[in-house]
Design a protein around this ligand. Structure first.
Ligand SMILES: [Zn+2]
Ligand SMILES: [Zn+2]
Length: 127
């Protein structure tokens, strides 16, 4: 029975991450997953996140100086916006791209990360 309960909780956690569609902190995952499983606790979130990450269903988004956030795996290439007002992180769709042009001669780019910072819509309105 414990196994079935774990599976249901894990599914609720994965659903919450997929549905919210932006990288979530463990606290935000807990809040979102509690809509489906009201009595869920933080330890369950940490265990589920670890298992979901190990099985490749979610990936970590790491912003320097911040805790890890998690989003669904397999999304199209995209970047993130970090709101300094509310601290939430949002997806930015698409990519402006041509970073190759920034490289010194002889360098070869293998990957890139882009974070934009500012105020989300709600936070800009409340100013
Ligand atoms: Zn905000
Ligand atoms: Zn990009």
């Amino acid at each position: 029975m414990a196994l079935e309960r774990n599976t249901a909780q894990r599914r609720a956690i994965l659903d919450a991450i997929v549905k919210t569609d932006r990288p979530l902190t463990p606290d935000e995952i807990l809040q979102a997953a509690r809509e489906a499983v009201p009595r869920m606790g933080m330890a369950t979130v940490y265990r589920a996140v670890k298992a979901l990450e190990a099985s490749g269903k979610i990936v970590a988004v790491e912003l320097p100086g911040e805790g890890r956030r998690f989003e669904a795996a397999g999304k199209k290439h995209h970047h993130h916006f970090h709101c300094r007002g509310c601290g939430r992180m949002f997806d930015l769709h698409g990519c402006t791209g041509n970073f190759q042009a920034l490289l010194p001669a002889g360098f070869r780019m293998e990957d890139h990360e882009v974070f934009l910072y500012g105020q989300c819509r709600e936070c800009s309105r409340n100013r």
